[in-house]
Design a protein around this ligand. Sequence first.
Ligand code: NOJ
Length: 536
Amino acid sequence: MRLDKTKQGWWKDAVFYQIYPKSFQDTTGNGTGDLRGIISRLDYLENLGIDGIWLSPVCRSPQVDNGYDISDYCDIDPIYGTLADMEELIREAKKRGISIILDLVLNHCSDQHPWFLDAKKGPESPYYDYFIWRDAPNDLDSVFGGSAWTYVPELNKWYFHQFAPQQPDLNWENPRLRQALYESIRFWVDKGVEGFRLDVIDQIAKEPDRHITINGPRLDEYLRELSAKVFHPEPLVTVGEAWGADVERAKLHSAPDGSRLSMVFQFQHIGLDQAPGGAKWDIVPLPLVELKRVFAHWQQGLRSSGWNSLFLNNHDLPRTVSRWGNDGQYRVESAKMLATMLHGMAGTPYIYQGEELAMTNIRLRRDQYDDVETHNLFRDRLALGYSEEEILRSVHARGRDNARTPMQWTDGENAGFTTGKPWLPVNENHSFINVEAALADPDSVFYHYQKLIRLRKTMPIFREGDFTLVDPENSKIFAYIRHWEGKQLLVVCNFTAETLAWELPQPFQAARCLIANYPQDCSGLRPYEAAMYYLD
Ligand code: NOJ
């Protein structure tokens, strides 16, 4: 089912699929994925039923942070192909009803960007004020560990970077910098790109001297300007990564008049299994009651105004089936359960590559990891006295490379991802978790996602219905009801490996089961059982 993308707000009916290009499909044998690889898999994505691809960064980059360090905003990195390949990808995707959504990294660029290289000449450079310089650092730390300031001896100055030193922060207070960014965004709109995901967008309005890195006072002003200057009048879809968003902020960021963004990725649910006061590496069991409360808060909070994004996975997060499901005996059941839980809600769902196969986390040795964040973690925590085993435990559970292992296409060599040496090890479980096997099995996780996508597109209740938790204090079952125009949708999910006593509430005994991960049987809930019931 194709959406009419000339319609304002088309993205409210859409389902997006995130591609991490380095790990999707290699066609050159160099061990990294590329744009031609994505083109070769468009039919697969069309079959899944998605409407758009969020493509993690493919612009020219030294790849210190896998493309989130851009050295040319208007060119394609040679490891991924050429501008012509990108144009072909946009065209070929469009033919299949699939929009390309580019990842815009506007908070920082690469230290190899000509702007930064020139800025390092000193205050007389026209680019000096594109960056944030101080005579002395303060105590702010970077997200990847270590100080947020790096010294440039030639200038006897320090520059600010919220991420790696190779990712200098851009100074949004400078209107010339903003204008230069807008021009590069227009470059892609003119090429046919239909939307953008905006990397750490709530960090652009930083004021490091006041220790403000997120939700700075000028954030809303910048978002309004960005939207007015580049996102209008096109019916583009824009989704901002906003770790600092609460419901009130998200309402503003996604104001229905289109004056800012279409929606944001908020992360309140993502931090729930993190020890209070600790870092993401300090893990506690998922409190299900709290997870339900958080989802209900967002569902209800953005009902009258604004719009939700729906996601459990991305390239920065561990695989959810390993995290909140069961990647052993109940991998298939729990992956379908998690998908059912999420796709029953209001919002725009995002599927991360391999999620539709229930790809799992991986356990690598320290020397096999690629991620800059993981390497810094070893450096910092070893210095603090943690043992290597303890750190590995955290990395196995939370490291970003869990999500970045190559896409598993077949049970053959390197999972059909490359004929060369993959840049990151392929998970050995590709022997049974792979696209070929999923497509051959009518009961696979892939077809469950395909069905969820179809349901959303054919039944307005998914978009329009309200949201009420059933039995909010139940710590094992996540159930909710959506109401819309006299119709009701019940979603019920068992989050445990146990069989639980449960009865279909009245009036759903007369309801139609839209989708389930077990054959129908109304007594109790089997391990990770999930179903949706519809009453009209
Ligand atoms: C968020 C991106 O998702 C992540 O992968 C990246 O490392 C940081 N922003 C810095 O760009």
